[in-house]
Design a protein around this ligand. Sequence first.
Ligand code: NAP
Length: 313
Amino acid sequence: MRLLVSRAQTARVSTILREEFGAEFRENDAPMGVAEARAALAEYDALLPTLGDAFVAEAFAGPVRAKLLANFGVGVNHIDLQAARAAGVNVTNTPGAVTDATADIAMTLLLMSARRASEGERMLRAGDWSGWAPTQMLGAHVTGKRLGIIGMGRIGQAVARRAHFGFGMEIAYATRSPKDLPFTARPLPLPDVLAWADFVVLAVPATAETRNMIGAAELAAMRPHAHLINVARGDVVDEVALITALEAGQIGGAGLDVYAQEPLVPEALRRLNNVTLLPHLGTATEEVRDAMGMMAIENLRAFRDGKALPNPV
Ligand code: NAP
């Protein structure tokens, strides 16, 4: 079985992929372009791709030898699932392994945005801190506030648990189907969540339905002091509308881990003080990247052994 791995992996995962599968690794860590994805589909039996690798419809248009894309990550918006299916290529992902780490980054962003942590650190590093003062850099209090979660799946629920049990926050959520949750949380339509919340966390997958689901109208529906936190995908938010809202001080602030055209982050966004910007750190710990790799490996093993795939998408 010929296996191509699109990016460097942790030591543990690389060793297994090489020793057990004789995997070949691409030499650079940049995303695969369409031509490269197309060639790989023609030459390999299985691929281990990830975020940003261009498995768009065009990549499946040529001859396809591959039978499996064992994606590294839960988000599969870089793969045209319909085109993959039509070409007879199975797709698997790594759900669960990413949940807690991504929820931790959502809380990091929520706290940083509320408490102006990035802005304060920039001020201190610039040598502009004049010392503690009762009215200096006042941010938003978090404990006991209202949290709106958009997309109450694995990550949404992990954020809700942290916010409810750790910070005594009230929770409301908008999702496709109401959930049976071990804490009080109200299912509401999206506009009602936006109009109610002090903090809004986005945790939906990037799909045709969620594309730009937060645009100018949704930002206008938010309370003027509310903060928007996005750990989902960049294209869930209309980035231009968000910049306009932040420039006008229409919402309290934003905390972003993901962007519409990564790694490009608009200069207008980077100039603003009321936004906290992280470089897609959601799952970036060694344990989690090991766990994601091991999950992809379990899917490869099942494929090799002709068994049912554990995590089909
Ligand atoms: P999940 O368990 O499938 O949860 C997604 C939730 O979104 C589900 O509850 C789903 O509703 C809801 N949803 C889907 N479409 C919707 C729509 N149109 N309107 C309202 N709700 C909708 O997925 P997850 O594991 O929590 O991951 C969510 C996303 O986070 C991933 O797809 C990925 O893009 C992103 N992510 C980012 C990072 C990072 O590094 N920042 C890391 C991991 C994942 P139902 O339950 O009713 O189906």
